[in-house]
Design a protein around this ligand. Structure first.
Ligand SMILES: *[C@@H]1O[C@H](CO)[C@@H](O)[C@H](O)[C@H]1NC(C)=O
Ligand SMILES: *[C@@H]1O[C@H](CO)[C@@H](O)[C@H](O)[C@H]1NC(C)=O
Ligand SMILES: *[C@@H]1O[C@H](CO)[C@@H](O)[C@H](O)[C@H]1NC(C)=O
Length: 239
């Protein structure tokens, strides 16, 4: 009998602490992400599939939490703002680009930028996103070959705007635009996820310096001077 009463007391205490913590249980979000890069050459598509392994949709819907994906785009790559604007207009993507982009510039004259993609789906079971990216021309080298670009893993950001509905666990905070208009900043949580993919290196063809006109001209001139020198040697010899 004594044990049973203690047990009941323990349960009541447990529930009480839950109520004190905000009335509702925290959201235990466990996500996995797979990534696939499609196409070859300068124009690629990155596909991400974000899946929740444990989550019940009803709970997620009522939480009003939002998820965004942040990708750091290195100088060797860019996201085309016009293309994103179009995709945003037609509702295929909801994204904001942070940074200025010159779509013509080669890699060594470009800077990094960030893309935020807002996963507006209010179902967390399975969300897929597709982002078109473009690789920049890289400085030509002698012999040509391929330039390598490290594609970094995206960060998953979660924002729970309703007080009392929060994620379980302690994640680092990231300040990022609240939505695709980019007008306001929000403090998001950088949630960890299970990455079902390896780090990727993209290869881009690099021009061969030997093919460049200036190189050919210099080679030609050297050839000319060489012949003139030999000819002059011959003429002095024959005199
Ligand atoms: C890309 O990653 C490889 C290892 O995966 C590393 O050796 C290399 O230095 C990285 N390149 C750049 C430009 O960060
Ligand atoms: C994307 O579209 C939404 C409306 O659907 C608009 O409010 C927003 O400003 C657009 N974002 C960009 C970057 O154009
Ligand atoms: C989010 O956290 C991961 C490590 O868990 C880190 O690599 C990444 O840079 C963070 N993202 C941001 C935007 O701070």
């Amino acid at each position: 009998m004594k044990v049973r009463q203690l047990y009941v007391l323990f349960i009541i205490l447990l529930q009480f602490t839950c109520i004190v913590r905000g009335g509702l249980e925290c959201l235990n979000l466990q996500l996995s992400v797979s990534q696939k890069v499609e196409n070859e050459g300068f124009h690629r598509n990155i596909n991400w599939l974000i899946e929740s392994t444990n989550f019940d949709n009803e709970n997620w819907r009522t939480s009003n939490c939002e998820i965004a994906l942040q990708l750091d785009v290195p100088p060797e790559m860019f996201v085309n703002p016009d293309e994103i604007l179009n995709l945003n207009r037609t509702g295929q993507i909801s994204a904001y680009i942070d940074g200025s982009i010159n779509v013509e510039a080669p890699a060594h004259e470009s800077t990094e930028h960030k893309v935020y993609i807002y996963l507006k789906s209010n179902s967390i079971g399975k969300v897929s996103v597709e982002l078109p990216v473009h690789l920049r021309y890289q400085r030509a080298v002698i012999g040509g070959g391929f330039g390598k670009i490290n594609l970094s893993k995206p960060s998953l950001l979660v924002l729970c705007p309703i007080a009392g509905r929060e994620l379980c666990g302690d994640y680092s905070k990231v300040t990022a635009p609240c939505d695709s208009t980019g007008q306001h900043l929000c403090v998001w949580q950088n949630v960890t996820y299970q990455a079902l993919f390896d780090d990727v290196q993209l290869f881009v063809p690099v021009g061969d310096l030997d093919d460049y006109p200036i190189v050919s001209v210099v080679t030609l001139l050297l050839g000319c001077f060489g012949s003139i020198y030999i000819l002059s040697l011959l003429s002095t010899m024959s005199i």
